[in-house]
Design a binder for this molecule. Structure first.
Ligand SMILES: N[C@@H](CCC(=O)N[C@@H](CS)C(=O)NCC(=O)O)C(=O)O
Length: 285
């Protein structure tokens, strides 16, 4: 669990926040995952939108709350928790009903969520290449400079390496864009994952069996974003496709994935600008 310690937190006002507060962004996949979880649990929470397209997460105030500069962040009665999957596991313990991590499977679920999180930069690569498609560098130098300079630089009191990984990702994107080669490699990783999930879903309604769990939420979010990117789920993974459609129809899911940075018209324009270089073509699917 990643609960920050006092010395990690420079924006001291959050220490006085009472109740459940979430710092998040509408179109962020990790925020969507957490909001669906909160909806299913019916946990009341106070919303603090963070403007990622405006680089608010790279400003001193936000970095003073999460030294990694990432959303979502949970502030629960002044205790600051980062990392979406850790936040979910923390809230599952605090608000056990309805159960979204099957009893006795906590360690297994933690390992599976860690595996899911390890693919986050691959999702980001495909999102920026095929969904957001910014015309130039995704983050301006001034924002990255502020990102580098601000925040405690520590997580749980120890020097943290994650911000450097993020900065390297954005600097490389500024230099070379989101290349065919990287997009293909990321898409192939997802193909392997969704092949396995498709096999599982051939014989059960949800990823862990008969009950909806946090793994369904997490993988649904990936499947949803990849669908927007043009990933051919219906053709490659029909059981995943049917399962995602079923979840998308649930109100707790539907209202969190309806909001996007791009309107459908913009998304069409991105697709047209890519001409024949769609995800299917680039990945060789
Ligand atoms: N491992 C982190 C990943 C969080 C993450 O990368 N969040 C993205 C949004 S989905 C973010 O804050 N990106 C910052 C940016 O786009 O500048 C978690 O699960 O919370």
């Amino acid at each position: 669990m990643v609960q920050l310690v006092d010395s990690d937190i420079k924006t001291r006002e959050v220490l006085g926040w009472k109740g459940v507060h979430v710092l998040h962004f509408a179109g962020s996949s990790c925020s969507q995952k957490l909001r669906i979880f909160l909806n299913l649990k019916k946990i009341p929470w106070q919303s603090h939108p963070i403007d990622l397209p405006g680089y608010e997460n790279m400003q001193p105030w936000f970095l003073g709350i999460n030294p990694r500069g990432l959303v979502p962040v949970l502030v629960d009665d002044g205790a600051v928790h980062i990392e979406s999957n850790d936040i979910i596991q923390y809230l599952e313990k605090k608000f056990p009903a309805p159960r979204l991590i099957p009893a006795g499977h906590e360690n297994e679920v933690a390992a599976l969520l860690k595996h899911e999180d390890d693919l986050h930069l691959d999702l980001r690569t495909l999102s920026f290449r095929f969904v957001f498609a910014p015309p130039g560098p995704p983050k301006p130098e001034a924002a990255l400079d502020s990102y580098l300079k601000n925040g405690a630089g520590t997580v749980q009191g120890a020097k943290d390496a994650e911000k450097a990984v993020q900065i390297e990702f954005w600097q490389r994107a500024a230099k070379e864009g989101f290349t065919d080669e990287r997009a293909r490699a990321s898409a192939l990783k997802f193909r392997t994952e969704f092949d396995a999930l498709d096999k599982a879903l051939a014989s059960r309604p949800y990823l862990m069996g008969d009950q909806l769990s946090v793994l369904d939420i997490a993988w649904f979010i990936y499947a949803h974003r990849l669908t927007l990117a043009g990933y051919p789920f219906g053709r490659l993974h029909p059981h995943v496709h049917a399962w995602a459609e079923k979840l998308r129809a649930m109100p707790e899911f539907a209202r969190e994935v309806g909001q996007l940075r791009h309107s459908p018209e913009q998304l069409d324009a991105v697709r047209r600008a890519q001409a024949v270089k769609t995800l299917e073509v680039v990945a060789g699917f």
